[in-house]
Design a protein around this ligand. Structure first.
Ligand code: CDP
Length: 215
């Protein structure tokens, strides 16, 4: 079977960056599952659909015309790379991700990313719901203060100003929603290894994961 490494954790914990680094080192494919929920939220809201209408949003998820090529994402032919990363899109993602029919609609799409020689998948339920047989499951955390600072730096680098306090409140609200929902709530898989990377560099986290993977 094609090997899978899963990295789950709360918002701005550094999952995406770590997944990219590890996939690059191993020559594996990458699944940014959050992008699928983000694209679903964006497509539904653009179509004027009520994001609380689980069935209507699930229909959007089933018909998602989303493609990733050379680091760019297109939705129905339009480049949405920046739009997908916007804070507002993250909030829409967490709203549509709470619906089980939406999660079911995106399941096969996620499984299709499993291709030789291997896959690194990041999200909220990669180790619990989508790839329960993964060879290595990591639950990545960082303190709320650290995560707010990292998000702040990201935004500043894009020329967007935001208050750290506001960002921290937003990410804590999103975490609370992701943890308390009934559909695939954010929680570590029973066999996940926990990693708090608050005081680690990305290289230190990457090397630790690669050691775990080699064991
Ligand atoms: O890293 P960040 O939280 O900013 O964004 P993301 O990983 O792209 O996820 C956006 C939202 O999608 C999360 O708040 C979750 O509600 C949802 N999501 C999910 O439910 N399951 C996944 N596997 C990935 C994301």
């Amino acid at each position: 079977d094609v090997p899978v490494i899963t990295i789950d954790g709360p918002t701005a914990s550094g999952k995406g960056t770590l997944a990219d680094e590890v996939a690059h080192e191993l020559g594996y494919w990458i699944l940014d599952s959050g992008a699928l929920y983000r694209a679903t939220g964006l497509a539904a809201s653009r179509a004027g659909i009520d994001l609380d209408d689980a069935q209507a949003v699930a229909a959007v998820a089933r018909g998602l015309d989303l493609h990733f090529r050379k680091g760019r994402a297109t939705l129905a032919g339009e480049d949405v790379t920046e739009a997908l990363r916007a804070e507002a899109t993250g909030l829409m993602a967490s709203q549509v991700a709470a619906h089980q029919p939406v999660r079911d609609a995106l399941q096969q799409l996620q499984l299709d990313f499993r291709r030789a020689p291997g896959l690194v998948a990041d999200g909220r339920d990669m180790g619990t719901a989508i790839f329960p047989d993964a060879g290595l499951k990591v639950f990545l955390t960082a303190s709320a203060a650290t995560r707010a600072e990292r998000r702040h730096k990201q935004l500043i680098s894009k020329g967007i100003s935001a208050s750290i306090e506001g960002l921290r409140a937003d990410l804590e609200a999103r975490d609370a929603r992701d943890k308390s929902r009934s559909a695939s709530p954010l929680k570590p898989a029973a066999d996940a290894l926990s990693l708090d990377n608050s005081a680690q560099t990305i290289e230190e986290s990457r090397d630790l994961l690669l050691r775990w993977w080699a064991e």
